[in-house]
Design a protein around this ligand. Sequence first.
Ligand code: PMP
Length: 360
Amino acid sequence: MSRIFNFSAGPSMLPVSVLEKAASEMLDYNNSGMSVMEMSHRSKVYDKIIKDTERKLREVMGIPDNYKVLFLQGGATLQFSMIPMNLMTKNRKADYIVSGSFSGKAYKEAQKYGEAHLAATSKADNFSHIPTQEELNLSPDADYLHICENNTIFGTTYNYLPETNGVPIVSDMSSCILSKPVDVEKYGVIYAGAQKNMGPAGLTVVIIREDLVGEPLDKTPVMMRFDEMVANDSMYNTPPTYAIYILGLVLDWVESMGGLTGMEAHNTKKAALLYDYLDQSKLFKTNVVKENRSLMNVTFMTGNEELDAKFVKESAERGFSNLKGHRSVGGMRASIYNAMPMEGVEALVAFMKEFEEKNA
Ligand code: PMP
């Protein structure tokens, strides 16, 4: 068996111990005589799995009792529609900060359902920074403010949480959930596609403050109603059973790493190694301003497209996969989510130094 360092933006690496545990339980989960994949979602055995997963997520993230946890499908992208259909219902107005590609998509989708107002955007500087509080033009009567907390494509992240004067914050945490401690109480809704820090694709986690689960817009499909999903404990229909089980295993691993405080220390160390190297390199650079550098997605380039392509090709030959930047940005991107070990980043930096010596 040979595993490589996989820098994919998602789906991405999972901890080896999680994969091993899942493999050991593949044919017979806990003396049930079947795989979790084969199990009825209404069975007693599965009921314990989903409840345990929710309990562990509540413990790890410190989710207060007045928040509901939902295990849904449709990806984070479905939340771009589901959020306005369920929450843009009082004043039919919401603020959006567009700090990258996904928040742009969320903003565009919300325009179908009410008055989506652009509170700020960093498009003019090609999303190399996150709009600051001073740059925000917030509406006091907005039903919520939507932000994308970590921009997977551009490699930027918030270093503050907007002050909204009571307007609930809805945060897309797809690429940063479980990467560091979070004060859930400061949010109205947190949502994330699972396929980066939580498990395999197919599961979307939504954490929503109880009082925000209201009456959705007319004709909202039943599968897109938060009230129905809450009333049925995410089991109006068949939930993504196996992905939920893997999330449970990932949460055990996060706990074994010291919880979210431990994760943050681990992630800060990895990211610092890469950024410190980039800051002194004569060949590579990053365009992201220092105060908004993502711990999870590190974007960099040489400034020469041919050299970038050469780097991507040679790195792949050496066992570093998925370092090509997103097609909309070019250059390179190393996604170093929770499961990427320190050795992966050390090996990458060593390879970059070698490449720099040969090509500078
Ligand atoms: N938001 C962010 C921040 C993302 O990184 C992604 C996917 N890379 C999405 C939303 C879309 O997620 P999904 O593919 O689960 O719909």
